[in-house]
Design a protein around this ligand. Structure first.
Ligand code: WT7
Length: 646
């Protein structure tokens, strides 16, 4: 996308300002005075102070190596479990609601015991420090338990979202060199049992070397274990009662890997560190989500993505709160589910996505209004831009006008929130993500790499390092997917991270996000690389070329695939079916295109680059932009009439 496209997208700055309710301000974890003077980087020791260190760090930040808290030593479970045993061993750490109406609860002491048993089990399997353990599990309590057990023995975990296919799982295990896999016999999809053992077996065949598999019984189905396989419950029981001393890790050591989509065909692995990441997850949970130990806190994200790592597991457990986990998603089993859970568990903080909020709006305010929501203190959203209308709806019909709404902007690479309003300090502006948090600095730059003025669209860059930054950022990742000539220079900054998002800033420093400006799509909060999907489509017999774009289905985003066939008169229906199946195999069901459009040619520039912008316009039913620079302008009209008729 170029500067002029961004300018076209520019909406006026959010004009409404809403002050945080006085009752909230009084009790907020962070006040204006707390963050009035935030000198970079020394003041980040306030984030580190939220953790339990076993060796004090030598410095907050090393400018040379770009490492946070060098010299420091800690174990993540020391902060998330052991230290809570003194004061809150009988307080609930996790409350899980399964799709079959089951509830399982773990107090901090119970979670500590469970994690120790699994840590001992991991050791018995020969897993040592720095061995990578892969987890492919739905939202069941075993998932956070195994993550923490890995952290306890210093084995980085790599959670692969449960929706990924066998091929995608194998590819990620190979990238990580992982030989141990925790998975399950199956899962429930909207209440129906779906076996996943075949998927696991298929994946393991494609993993280089032998794989030890540990199977969690979710369905209680009958299955035969291979020689290298274990049943989770039996393995855990064999080690019940054992304790494992937390292994001291350097602050700069890897805590986990997370996978996301980048601009290439291959998944992008992101590394988060033990000290910097954990300090940042804890600090932002404290400062932005206002999490308190006595709270019941509910973040609806799947643990398989970064939001679940930072704001279901590590941040809230480091702060010693009670975390609600729900397997079914906010629309299952019924429209009453989210409100019924908020009432029954007296949820204090509710953190969800704009996609979920749009669904709640469609159902109508009568659903939340029928339930007691007086326990709520703060609401949050994440994942994609939220419209001012959806923001207002959430604020009024869920929060009753009494709870601040924090719109949190961040990414897999950033580890935690970077743009948001501090709920006890700043006014809110519906539709704007908020300002750079204290200690963080953001800028919007144009094609020449220099900051553009307020109200002007451009590229969002972050121009100071922060503790939650992925290790890959310090080693100089720049403008992924762009050649040096294509990328705006960032010489105006000593250091800057180009985020891949377009944005504008208003006079008060509030940033409004316009969406991705690279070849990454955001589909209902899931990040998908166009290249990853397009290469899956191109592998189908009969496909010459493909381009995918995202489309706005009246508020929720979906995928549109444009395909040019090798054959002049293909059977479009069977081609579309084969394409859906190929994407499901290569990536997962969640990446299946909603629509496949077969067209003789794709619109291209004279140099042969597919012009996705036009395809996005068409998919959204908008007037396509300028076609004069195309090599084949006539195809635009052809595509339109093939979709909409003449
Ligand atoms: C991309 C990162 C870490 C959050 C979950 C997704 C978009 C995220 C917002 C927001 C507007 C947002 C951006 C970003 N995004 N939060 N509050 N407002 N857009 O993590 O998969 O790494 O995706 O999600 O486009 O670059 P992710």
């Amino acid at each position: 996308m170029r500067d002029d496209d961004l300018a076209l997208n520019t909406r006026g700055p959010a004009d409404e300002r809403i002050e945080p309710p006085a009752s909230f301000v009084e009790q907020a974890n962070v006040s204006g005075a707390d963050v009035a003077e935030f000198e970079h980087p020394e003041d980040w020791d306030r984030a580190a102070a939220l953790l339990e260190w076993t060796t004090p760090y030598d410095a907050v930040f090393d400018e040379e190596t770009m490492e946070w808290f060098p010299g420091g030593g800690l174990n993540a479970t020391g902060s998330c479990l052991d230290r809570h045993l003194d004061r809150r061993k009988n307080q609930r750490a996790l409350v899980w609601e399964g799709q079959r109406g089951e509830t399982r609860t773990y107090t901090y002491l119970e979670l500590y015991r469970e994690v120790n048993a699994v840590a001992a089990a991991l050791r018995s399997l020969g897993v040592g420090e720095d061995d990578v353990v892969t987890l492919h599990l739905p939202v069941v309590p075993e998932l956070p338990v195994v993550m923490l057990a890995c952290a306890r023995i210093g084995a980085p975990h790599a959670v692969v979202f449960a929706g990924y296919s066998a091929d995608a799982l194998a590819e990620r295990m190979n990238t990580a060199g992982s030989a141990v896999l925790f998975t399950c016999d199956g899962y429930y999809r909207r209440g129906d049992a779906v076996s996943s053992l075949t998927r696991t077996e298929t994946a393991c065949v494609d993993v280089e070397g032998d794989v030890t598999t540990v199977v969690v019984d979710r369905l209680g189905s009958d299955y035969t274990l291979g020689d290298e396989d274990y049943q989770y419950g039996a393995l855990r029981d064999a080690h019940a009662g054992e304790t494992v001393d937390p292994v001291e890790r350097a602050a700069t050591d890897d805590l986990f890997y997370s996978y996301t989509s980048g601009t290439t065909g291959a998944p992008k692995r992101v590394t988060h560190t033990t000290g910097g990441y954990l300090a940042y997850a804890a600090w932002t949970s404290h400062a932005v989500l206002d999490v308190k130990p006595r709270d019941t806190y509910w973040c609806t994200a799947d643990i398989g993505w970064i939001t679940g790592h930072s704001y279901v597991v590590y941040g809230p457990l480091a702060l010693g709160t009670t975390v609600l986990l729900q397997e079914g998603g906010t629309d299952f089993p019924s429209r009453r589910t989210p409100w019924e859970l908020i009432e029954r568990h007296a949820v204090d903080v509710f953190y969800t996505s704009p996609t979920a909020i749009r669904t709640f709006m469609k159902w109508g305010p009568e659903y939340p209004e029928r339930y007691d929501r007086s326990s709520l203190r703060l609401l949050g959203t994440v994942g994609e831009p939220i419209s001012p209308q959806a923001w207002q709806w959430f604020y009024e019909h869920v929060g009753g006008g009494d709870c601040p709404v924090v719109d949190t902007w961040w990414q897999t690479e950033t580890g935690g929130h970077l743009l948001a309003t501090l709920p006890g300090v700043h006014d809110m502006k519906p539709g704007a993500a908020g300002m750079a948090l204290p200690g963080v600095s953001a800028a919007v730059v144009g094609e020449d790499g220099t900051p553009v003025g307020p109200g002007r669209g451009g590229y969002l860059v972050i121009d100071t390092p922060w503790p939650g930054m992925a290790r890959e950022l310090s080693t100089g990742e720049r403008w992924a997917g762009r050649t040096e000539e294509e990328a705006p220079p960032l010489s105006a900054f000593e250091w800057a991270y180009p985020t891949g998002d377009g944005a504008f800033v208003d006079e008060d420093g509030y940033v409004t996000i316009l969406g991705r400006v690279d070849d990454v799509l955001n589909v209902s909060g899931h990040r998908l690389g166009t290249m990853e999907i397009e290469s899956a489509i191109a592998s189908v017999d009969g496909v010459a070329e493909a381009a995918v774009v995202d489309v706005d289905h009246g508020g929720s985003r979906g995928l549109f695939a444009y395909v040019s066939p090798t054959d002049n008169s293909p059977d479009a229906d069977s081609l579309a079916a084969a394409i859906g199946a190929a994407v499901e195999n290569a990536i997962g069901r969640f990446a299946r295109p909603d629509e496949v459009v077969v067209t003789a040619e794709l619109p291209k520039t004279s140099s042969g680059k597919i012009v996705r912008r036009l395809l996005t316009d068409i998919a959204n039913g908008e007037e396509p932009g300028d076609t004069s620079a195309l090599r084949n302008p006539e195809v635009v009209g052809e595509i339109e009439s093939s979709i909409f008729g003449d």
